[in-house]
Design a protein around this ligand. Structure first.
Ligand code: CA2
Length: 143
C-alpha cells in the first residue's frame, strides 16, 4: 500500500505555536509515528505552503499512489482549485484535521470546500486523525 501524506500551509510550523489547539507534536513527529505504527505501508510525506505545488502533487499521486491523506490546512476553507484537483484524480483522498473544525470559534473554519470531494473527513483527534485515515485505507482500499 502506497499512501501520500500531504500537508498544506503553515503545518511546517506545527509544535511551535498554539499547542492548545494543535498539540505539541511537530509534523516530523507525526510522520515518524505513522512510519512506526504502519511499517507495512510505503509512505510519501510532502508539505507545501503553495497551492500550485499541492495541486501538482495531487495530480502526480494518481499514477503513483493508492491514496492520499490530506490536511489542506487554511486552504480547506478557501480553495476551489484544490477541490477540483482532488476531483480530478481516481484514487481516494481522505481529508484530515488535527483540530475539530466544528469546535473552532471562527465560523469560516466550519466550512470545507474540499470535504465534499473526499471519501471522508477525520477531524479533532490530533495526530491520530492521520492514523484513523490510514485505517480506512488498510481496511477498505485494494492495492
Ligand atoms: O486542524 C487542522 O488540522 C487545520 O487544518 C490546521 C490549519 C487551520 O488553518 C485549519 O483551519 C485547521 C492551521 C495549520 C497550521 O497552523 C499553525 C498555527 C500556529 C502554529 C503552527 C501551525
Amino acid at each position: 500500500m502506497k499512501l501520500l501524506i500531504l500537508n498544506g500551509p503553515n503545518l511546517n510550523l506545527l509544535g511551535e505555536r498554539e499547542p492548545e489547539i494543535y498539540g505539541t507534536d511537530t509534523l516530523i513527529d507525526i510522520n515518524y509515528s505513522l512510519e512506526d505504527t504502519y511499517p507495512e505501508i510505503e509512505f510519501t510525506f510532502l508539505q507545501s505552503n503553495s497551492e500550485g505545488e499541492l495541486i501538482n502533487w495531487i495530480h502526480q499521486a494518481d499514477s503513483e499512489q493508492n491514496g492520499i491523506i490530506f490536511n489542506p490546512a487554511a486552504y480547506t476553507h478557501t480553495s476551489v482549485a484544490l477541490r477540483d484537483a482532488i476531483s480530478s484524480v481516481k484514487i481516494p483522498c481522505v481529508e484530515v484535521h488535527l483540530s475539530n473544525l466544528f469546535k473552532r470559534t471562527e465560523p469560516f473554519r466550519q466550512i470545507s470546500l474540499t470535504a465534499g470531494v473526499c471519501k471522508g473527513v477525520v477531524s479533532g483527534f490530533g495526530k491520530f486523525s492521520y492514523h484513523l485515515a490510514v485505517e480506512y485505507f488498510l481496511r477498505e482500499v485494494e492495492e
